[in-house]
Design a protein around this ligand. Structure first.
Ligand code: SRM
Ligand code: SF4
Length: 566
């Protein structure tokens, strides 16, 4: 053990990381233990770096306790898919894994990847090995490392899409942990442990103080919510080429009720760099966070707090010191939306791309609406591929004219053809929440669709059915559905009760603010009805709902995250 470190001052996870022998922990023993469906407590932390979380089925927790049974333990497995690109062959294999080892659904996440839920311990290795057979993996999708890298999703919207997907892959690869622990444990690679000492040239032996997230956008689309990322790159386009990228640092949304000093923060634009320097810039920023982030209190450990504690100038100066040449002055940019642009669009590649709404990101068969079967059939027959978006939706990409007709037919046959949905539903996100998320205070994914149906009736009555308004719900204040950047944010406080936040911008550039606290469905509907009545009557032409509530003083604009209150 390193005697120079005062472990008593550090969070417990710091020591677990250090003692884990580069992320091995006692995972092999935990997995082999037949007495329980759980891992040891310390392995539940190390497992995250390998891409999976231990969970229980919270719908069953009470009943199992009464029966004196241990909770129904199972695991969430998250994949690493930079930019969310999946081949039809991979889709078919993942679809099959979901049926064989998970709960029969695929969950599209807010970071352009998949999750499997409900994998039991004895199937973990088979599932992870199965994922690897598809040439995908789960490395570093959770834990204190760089997570799945997001990028602009829609090839039809920009001919520069190939540049950003390539960059997303390069960043993801460059910032992967170097340990062979994953390959040893899940893919039976020959043991390195006990052999020559491993090292993590970028992360060191305690990895980062906390998770780290990167996104890349091509304006005017802000489909990765760039201001929510620890590190964002905004493409600056000149003469049809990406001339460089603005660098945005210190976004992050997690916060905790009744815990002052925790808050969502929008990232700060700290400079500009040429395309060829993005990977270097990302590495050096990550290193400044590695060395200056708070390792005592995990609630203060994200880079947004490091930046606020150091001050933007000092933080940027430290980054500049590590770089081979200075960041330049940021360039002008303009965003028009955070949400996805639905429907078929023809790209400059002369191919068709269909952006397709997947409510709550859940791919499943539900009565007559057999979405999972439909996507399976699309994967069997398409001449294109799939792209997952950061809004839990998907794109059937690079399809021929003939392939377009085939896909339309399949979606119709399975009763999931794009329908007339409201502008509100189109722009909705709900995090997973219950029953799998251990941190949820209230429902989100299972509840938001029915709440929207009720809100739609109000919108219709006010002539606002088609109005595009961003609504996002989460079951707790951690912010997985990025509710703090929504025009209407609903954050769970307890079963059936939510805080209502208003005033984010449609473009994802502004935090919202608390409007009503701990209200139930009837109150939510009452409040929204009054707001929509005023909006319909007194909005200025083409004014967005989020801008309207600020102009009319329903809530005050929050200029900096540190002033945010729940
Ligand atoms: Fe998240 C923790 C689900 C995107 C902020 N998140 C969790 C866990 C793993 C709960 C846990 O720690 O045990 C949730 C698992 C629920 C389940 O059963 O699936 C969970 N987060 C999700 C997903 C699946 C939500 C979704 O419905 O799509 C998203 C997976 C993304 C991915 O593929 O990697 C997801 N989480 C986010 C985002 C949005 C984003 O990254 O764009 C955020 C806000 C941005 C940010 O990081 O600041 C987010 N998740 C958190 C936090 C708060 C972190 C903080 O700084 O305080 C936690 C709790 C924690 O880390 O302690 C958390
Ligand atoms: Fe769970 Fe909260 Fe994240 Fe929703 S926001 S998935 S309830 S941690």
């Amino acid at each position: 053990m390193d005697g120079t470190i005062n472990w008593a001052q550090l969070s417990e996870v710091e020591k677990l990381k250090y003692d884990s022998n580069f992320l091995r922990g006692t995972l092999v023993e935990s997995i082999a233990n037949p007495i329980t469906g759980a891992l040891t407590e310390s392995d539940t932390h190390i497992s995250k770096f390998h891409g999976f979380y231990q969970q229980t089925d919270r719908d069953l927790d009470k009943e199992r306790k009464q029966q004196k049974l241990e909770p129904a333990y199972s695991f969430l497995i998250r994949l690493r898919i930079p930019g969310g690109v999946v081949t039809p062959k991979q889709w078919l294999q993942l679809d099959e894994l979901a049926d064989t080892y998970a709960n029969g659904t695929l969950k599209l996440t807010t970071r352009q990847t998949f999750q499997f839920h409900g994998v039991i311990k004895r199937n973990l290795k088979k599932t992870i090995a199965g994922i690897n057979k598809t040439l995908l993996d789960t490395i570093a999708t959770c834990g204190d490392v760089n997570r799945n890298v997001m990028c602009h999703a829609n090839p039809a919207e920009s001919p520069l899409y190939p540049d950003v997907i390539e960059l997303a892959n390069a960043l993801s690869l460059h910032l992967l942990p170097q340990t062979r622990a994953y390959h040893e444990i899940w893919l039976d690679e020959k043991l390195v442990a006990g052999g020559p000492a491993e090292s993590e040239p970028i992360y060191g032996n305690r990895y980062l103080p906390r998770k780290f997230k990167i996104g890349i956008v091509i304006p005017p689309a802000n489909d990765c919510d760039i201001f929510s990322q620890d590190l964002g790159f905004i493409a600056i386009v000149e003469n049809g080429k990406i001339a460089g990228y603005n660098v945005v640092a210190g976004g992050g949304l997690g916060s905790t009720f009744a815990t002052p000093g925790t808050y969502p923060r929008t990232g700060t634009v700290i400079g500009y760099c040429l395309p060829g320097r993005v990977v270097e810039v990302a590495e050096k920023i990550l290193i400044v966070q590695r060395d200056n982030g708070n390792r005592q209190n995990r609630k203060q450990a994200r880079m947004k707090y490091t930046i606020d504690n150091m001050g933007v100038e000092k933080f940027t100066a430290e980054v500049q010191q590590l770089l081979s040449s200075q960041l330049e002055k940021p360039m002008e940019f303009h965003f028009s939306r955070t949400g996805d642009n639905f429907g078929w669009k023809k790209g400059t590649d002369n191919k068709w791309h269909l952006t397709f709404f997947v409510e709550g990101g859940r791919v499943k068969n539900d009565g007559e609406k057999t979405l999972k079967a439909a996507l399976r059939e699309v994967a069997e027959k398409t001449d294109g591929h799939f792209i997952l978006t950061g809004n839990q939706n998907m794109i059937f990409a690079a399809v021929s004219e003939k392939g377009k007709t085939v896909i339309d037919g399949i979606l119709k046959k399975h009763n999931v053809a794009p329908a007339q949905i409201s502008g509100l539903r189109k722009n909705s996100i709900a995090c997973v929440a219950l029953p799998t998320c251990p941190l949820a205070f209230a429902e989100a994914e299972r509840y938001l669709p029915s709440l929207i149906s009720k809100i739609e009736k109000i919108l219709e009555a006010k002539g606002l059915f088609k109005e595009e308004i961003v609504i996002r719900m989460t079951g707790c204040p951690n912010g997985c559905g990025r509710p703090y950047l929504a025009e209407i944010g609903l954050i769970g406080k307890s079963p059936g009760y939510y805080n209502l936040y208003l005033g984010g911008s449609f473009e994802g550039t502004r935090l919202n603010n608390l409007y009503r606290e701990t209200i139930d469905e009837a109150e939510i509907l009452r409040e929204l009805e009054a707001l929509f009545a005023d909006f319909a009557g007194s909005r200025i032409e083409s004014e967005r709902f989020g801008d309207f509530v600020i102009r009319k003083n329903y809530v005050k604009e929050i200029k900096e995250g540190k002033y945010f209150r729940h």
